[in-house]
Write a protein that binds this ligand. Structure first.
Ligand code: DGY
Length: 324
């Protein structure tokens, strides 16, 4: 008999078929308690779980006593209670490599659109405000040759460094838990402590996961260190930044502008002051959201679950130690 799994995200037909060749699949819309209640038997017998964005915590795991592996269609896994998974020896699989280049593209898009005010001036054109040759009130600031600070030098940080160094001649500063030889040799990135980076960078790009250590890492004190001309970009996770402090820094002119793909609360509430500030470009968490990359991530997550439930885990596992 095939193992049973719960699928909580719509998949392209061919990928769903690939799953169905290996497993008995119950598809649900989400992991809310009502949904779990409604499909109690399927959750109780499931050995695998595949999807994205929903919270997977101890209370859900209690309803899934047979669960052996979870597979998320994302690189980030801050929505999983990893300790609870470890306690129950449940594998957590993710998609760390397939989205790297696409997310780095999104970050460059945020850098360029905030610097050159692309969204704001395009809106003005649509409103019919371009009635004569433009003056300084339409101007932006340069990107090329400015200093880019990267906070978090993982795969995405490295791909961003490549774009900035090779494409835009930008000197690169970075801060990370450890020095990154490849970033230093290939892209002349210079390691420095966080405060130095914040003081010296023209563009501060956060590419960090959300953990207890990174919660509100960038707060009022940190914004106060940045240049008043600094442009702040966050494409990692929203709660790494104290959003109220960011709003104050933008309103007071402590920093020049912000490009944001992630927020403390997603979707961003309609009443967020961020939506009224002209110096903010706010995106709906599109970091990896291209057709090609989202397909690649879903395919990777499907293969990860097949490997995990067949005891063939060689890569993409957050907690391989639970099976040793
Ligand atoms: C991830 O994979 O964690 C991204 O945030 C999704 O775009």
């Amino acid at each position: 008999m095939k193992p049973s799994i719960i699928l909580y995200k719509a998949l392209p037909d061919d990928l769903k078929q690939r799953l169905e060749a290996h497993f008995t699949v119950t598809q649900v819309a989400n992991l809310h308690p009502e949904t779990v209640e409604q499909h109690a038997e399927a959750f109780a017998s499931a050995e695998g779980l595949l999807g994205s964005s929903e919270k997977v915590d101890a209370s859900l795991l209690e309803k899934m006593p047979k669960l052996r592996a979870t597979s998320t269609i994302s690189v980030g896994y801050d929505n999983f209670d990893v300790d609870a998974l470890n306690d129950r020896k449940i594998l957590l699989m993710h998609t760390p490599t397939v989205l790297t280049e696409t997310v780095a593209d999104t970050i460059m898009a945020l850098v360029l659109s905030t610097a050159r005010r692309v969204v704001e001036v395009a809106e003005r054109v649509k409103k019919g405000e371009w009635t004569s040759s433009i003056g300084p009130d339409w101007f932006g600031v340069d990107v090329h040759h400015k200093t880019l600070g990267i906070v978090g030098m993982g795969r995405i940080g490295l791909a961003l460094a490549q774009r900035a160094h090779c494409g835009f001649n930008m000197p690169i500063l970075y801060n990370a838990r450890r020095q990154h030889t490849e970033a230093e040799t290939r892209f002349q990135a210079r390691y420095c402590d966080l405060d130095t980076l914040l003081k010296e960078a023209d563009y501060v790009c956060l590419v960090l996961p959300y953990t207890d250590e990174t919660h509100h890492l960038i707060n009022a004190e940190k914004f106060a260190l940045m240049k008043s001309s600094a442009i702040f970009i966050n494409a990692g996770r929203g709660p790494v930044v104290d959003e109220n402090a960011l709003i104050e820094a933008l309103k007071s002119g402590e920093i020049h502008a912000a490009g944001l793909d992630v927020f403390e609360q997603e979707p961003l509430p309609k009443e967020s002051p961020l939506l009224t500030l002209p110096n903010v470009v706010a995106l709906p968490h599109i970091g990896s959201a291209t057709h090609e990359t989202r397909y690649g991530m879903a395919a990777c997550a499907v293969d990860n679950l097949i490997d995990a439930l067949n005891d063939k885990v060689e890569k993409n596992c957050v907690n391989p130690q639970v099976r040793q």
